[in-house]
Design a protein around this ligand. Structure first.
Ligand code: ZN
Length: 145
């Protein structure tokens, strides 16, 4: 019977081999490029907003399995969500990665990390945390552009 770590590894590899929402979006989609020089990861995030809702998201780039699978899971998690939900999700993810304090926000109980929980083991490897969070920092930047 496979353990939780095997299950998590399977989820990460599945997203790495079959990345979701791969591609690009034309302007006026929000766009930002992220780079993690420590590992050589590159990610470009495209976000199309329809009012307050993420109506479409695409990700392109290359790098290690952690960075690319995190980007794939992120794209899946934010599609169709409101900006408030996206911000809450970014926060929950950063809490899981131990780079933000739990703000005890009201939205927290409703935020579901889903597949993203597979990345929680990364916390044990501080150097890989930058790989896991690259897509998220790039997403935040894209939404500000
Ligand atoms: Zn990496």
């Amino acid at each position: 019977m496979p353990g939780l770590e095997d299950l998590y590894r399977e989820i990460i590899l599945d997203h790495y081999r079959s990345p979701r929402n791969r591609g690009e979006l034309p302007p006026p989609a929000h766009k930002a490029e992220g780079h993690n020089p420590l590992c050589g990861d590159e990610i470009t995030v495209f976000v199309q907003l329809d009012g307050d809702v993420v109506s479409d998201v695409k990700v392109s780039g290359q790098g290690c399995s952690i960075s690319q699978s995190s980007a794939s899971m992120m794209s899946q998690a934010i599609k169709g969500k409101s900006l408030d939900e996206v911000r809450a999700l970014v926060h929950r993810f950063k809490v899981m990665m131990s780079i933000e304090e739990d703000a005890d926000d009201a939205a927290a109980p409703t935020v579901k990390l889903g597949d993203l929980e597979a990345l929680q083991g990364v916390v044990k490897f501080p150097v890989r945390i930058k790989c896991a969070t690259l897509a998220w920092n790039t997403l935040v930047e894209a939404l500000e552009n």
